[in-house]
Design a protein around this ligand. Sequence first.
Ligand code: GDP
Length: 164
Amino acid sequence: AAEREISFFFPTECTLAVIKPDTSEELREEILGEIRAAGFTISWQKEMVLTREMAEEFYKQHRDKPFFSYLVDYMCRGPCTMLILSKENAVEEWRKMMGPADPSKAKETAPGSLRARFAKDVLENTVHGSSSSQHAQEKIQLLFGEISSESQVISTGDDDEPNP
Ligand code: GDP
């Protein structure tokens, strides 16, 4: 009983993860499986096609980059899987699991990462992850709206798994 109480106080952090469009059903399931196997809790999950306005807002920090319009086109091309992941150190852990944006760099520096294995190129690189807790909060608010202000964990995506 004492152990259960202590585990309750382990600090968890939330991050926003996105499986970008053009990912096959099979690859999507594989990525979700790897996320769970890495110890993340999928606190919330939804499929959604972004409007241009939302994609522009989502990537507003890249507004002045030459690739911005391609990035927005890509993000609107089909359904994205939006995930709120929680785990101790979730922001950093998920970034590590993704690897660098450019898969050729990812193959050199993080060969086991998702982008090293699955990204097509620097644009179509399969997954997104917030770079800070602050960004995660903002993007979760943008994509999930009111649920993020209702505090705490809302639902688990893996109810079929028995609790430890
Ligand atoms: P991330 O945080 O690791 O996703 O990387 P960035 O914030 O630097 O870039 C955001 C997204 O823009 C990336 O995930 C890519 O989809 C895209 N992107 C980044 N750099 C480039 C680039 O040099 N060219 C193109 N075409 N797309 C890029």
